[in-house]
Write a protein that binds this ligand. Structure first.
Ligand SMILES: Nc1ncnc2c1ncn2[C@@H]1O[C@H](COP(=O)(O)OP(=O)(O)OP(=O)(O)O)[C@@H](O)[C@H]1O
Length: 217
């Protein structure tokens, strides 16, 4: 399994957000994690990426239990095995698009492969913007750069957080297809966390997170 989650529970200030969540994803399988705002999608992604230690449960990335590793080992596992497209993109503003990809490639543990970087930028359609700084990019170009950066380390698992919720139908479809196509071509398993039910048309396998219990419940 690329990702195996079992018995995952987490809460904040005694308020449960995730309760006994389980999920298995094999290589090349893609999945939609659907849920309204506040249902715990970001909490789950952070637990998968080792950015949060859950109260209970097991999160294994290719058999390695990330929530039982120390901080340095967690970082190493994340950089080598997981690519994340954050909602806020988080490109390094001082670096060109190409240098953002070079940095990600170095952090993922491999050497810099200029040909692979060029091929990936062409694949997402921004080869001509390789030397631009992130602030000079359109929102769509910046998102494509973030997708390329997430993939440049050839991650087993590609995670996208709300990649389409701000987009109109045509652009949401374009981004969904780009994510699926690039994940497939790079051999990555894709996990998309979103409240955008339009994506069901492109990623039929889905899990729905229930909204967190209200204060009164
Ligand atoms: N660090 C934190 N401290 C306290 N409560 C938190 C913290 N992080 C998240 N929560 C709460 O946990 C619940 C789930 O939050 P989470 O961000 O995982 O949801 P989400 O589904 O990603 O929502 P959104 O789509 O709005 O980002 C929310 O009620 C949120 O207020």
């Amino acid at each position: 399994m690329i990702l195996s989650i079992s018995g995952l529970s987490h809460g904040f200030a005694g308020r449960p957000v995730l309760r006994g969540f389980a999920l298995d994803l094999a290589r090349g399988e893609h999945m939609l994690l659907l849920g309204p705002s506040g249902s715990g999608k970001t909490t789950l992604i952070n637990a998968v990426a080792g950015l949060l230690t859950p109260d209970e449960g097991v999160v294994a990335i290719e058999g390695e239990v990330i929530n039982q590793l120390g901080a340095a080992e967690r970082d190493r596992l994340r950089r080598r095995r997981i690519g994340i497209i954050f909602q806020s993109l988080r490109l390094v503003s001082a670096l060109s698009v190409r240098d953002n990809l070079r940095l990600a490639q170095r952090l993922s543990g491999g050497g810099v492969d200029e040909a692979a970087i060029a091929a990936l930028l062409d694949q997402v359609g921004i080869g001509h913007r390789a030397d631009a700084k992130p602030r000079a990019l359109s929102q769509g170009e910046a998102q494509r750069a973030a997708i390329a950066r997430a993939l440049v380390g050839k991650p087993a698992l590609l995670i996208a957080d709300e990649p389409t919720s701000a987009l109109d139908d045509a652009n949401a479809e374009r981004v969904a297809r780009l994510l699926l196509e690039t994940a497939d071509q790079n051999g990555s398993t894709l996990l998309v966390a979103t409240h955008d039910a339009r994506l069901k048309a492109f990623i039929p396998r889905s899990r729905t997170l229930a909204p967190a219990l209200s204060e009164a419940a």
